[in-house]
Write a protein that binds this ligand. Structure first.
Ligand code: CP
Ligand code: NVA
Length: 329
């Protein structure tokens, strides 16, 4: 399994087998346990990581930077306000150059096509740190958090409440469909995820045994192991704010909605940052059911696991076989 992950990019979970995702989840748990024991191996020593950000970030940037740096790697933060990418230099040329200097690249920004192009032309592993389409590293931390509370995620029910077309909802739909987790989007019909992704996930769900559904009815929350929400207005969509608030006000996660699950052990998840009083009330985010802070911490452990496996540094990797520049012109 390790061998199949070595040298790979993570652009969307659609590209990964369920066994590979399972492997990464188990590795993230090992990595977290090591950290809790105070161990600090130096598995990224001699490695470099470029962190390219077109959009703001707290958790994702800090997870990549600390996970890589504390194990001896050298992360370099590159805001697109400072580098040539997108202004004076094409994505292809930037990828070619960075691929000669770095062991791996991370990109956060607007277009999925940008992260795809970076992966195609750099020749080194590229990690999607969020685009308008997907936020895959987030989804791995979300499943890890679910498993910390309930054991194996297979057969659990995760309900995403809010903007069902956004990057977080779409990534959750894919990872749940791959792993056999039942997944529902609870949102107004105008914000249901697109038909194409729903069809793709329906096929994956058939194979994994998960049930994927979309609904505007709060009854969809019934039986949920976890209710999950995200901001109503994602980065780059600020012009749609008024319309979004109008559509999503009935879909706020508050105690009344938590009660509709009919379970006392339902947890609340949020990728953060949160806007209290919009998508979630403080009574829930700061209440006893919230696992949002564990979830934030798990970003670091899961991101470290992804980098260890793809850079050939996970336990069991053949020595000296870490990927490097592969000569992609
Ligand atoms: N959840 C998440 O991606 O947070 P940041 O935007 O702070 O990175
Ligand atoms: N959907 C949000 C996620 C932030 C982590 C956004 O794209 O802004």
């Amino acid at each position: 399994m390790i061998e199949s992950l070595k040298g790979r990019s993570l652009l969307t979970w659609l590209d990964y087998q369920s066994e590979e995702i399972r492997f990464l989840l188990d590795l993230a748990k090992q990595v977290k346990a090591e950290t809790q024991r105070g161990e600090q191996p130096q598995r990224f020593r001699g490695k470099t990581l470029a962190l390219i950000f077109e959009k703001r970030s707290t958790r994702t940037r800090c997870s990549f930077e600390t996970a890589f740096g504390e194990e001896g790697g050298h992360p370099v933060f590159l805001s697109t306000a400072d580098i040539q990418l997108g202004a004076k230099e094409s994505i292809e040329d930037t990828a070619r150059v960075l691929g000669r200097m770095f062991s791996a690249l991370e990109f956060r920004g607007f277009k999925q096509s940008t992260v795809e192009t970076l992966a195609k032309y750099s020749g080194v592993p590229v990690y999607n740190g969020l685009t308008g389409s997907f936020h895959p590293t987030q989804a791995l931390a979300d499943i890890m958090t679910l498993e910390e509370c309930f054991g194996p995620a297979r057969g659990q029910k995760l309900v995403f409440v809010g903007d069902g077309r956004n990057n977080v909802a779409r990534s959750l739909m894919v990872i749940c469909a791959k792993l056999g987790v039942h997944f529902s989007v609870l949102s107004p019909p105008e914000l249901f995820p697109g038909e194409d992704l729903r069809k793709t996930c329906a096929l994956l769900a058939e194979a994994s045994g998960s049930r994927i559904s979309v609904s505007a009815d709060p009854e969809e929350a019934a039986g949920a192991s976890a209710l999950y929400t995200d901001v109503w207005v994602s980065m780059g969509e600020e012009a749609e704010r008024e319309e979004r608030l109008r559509l999503l006000r009935p879909y706020q996660v508050n105690q009344a909605l938590m009660d509709r699950t009919g379970r006392r052990d339902t947890i609340f998840l949020h990728c953060l940052p949160a806007v209290r009083g919009e998508e979630v009330m403080s009574e829930v985010l700061d209440g006893p059911s919230s696992r949002a802070w564990d979830q934030a911490e798990n970003r670091k452990h899961t991101i470290k696991a992804i980098m260890l496996a793809t850079l050939g540094r996970a336990p069991g990797s053949a020595p000296g076989s870490a990927p490097g520049w592969a000569g992609n012109y």
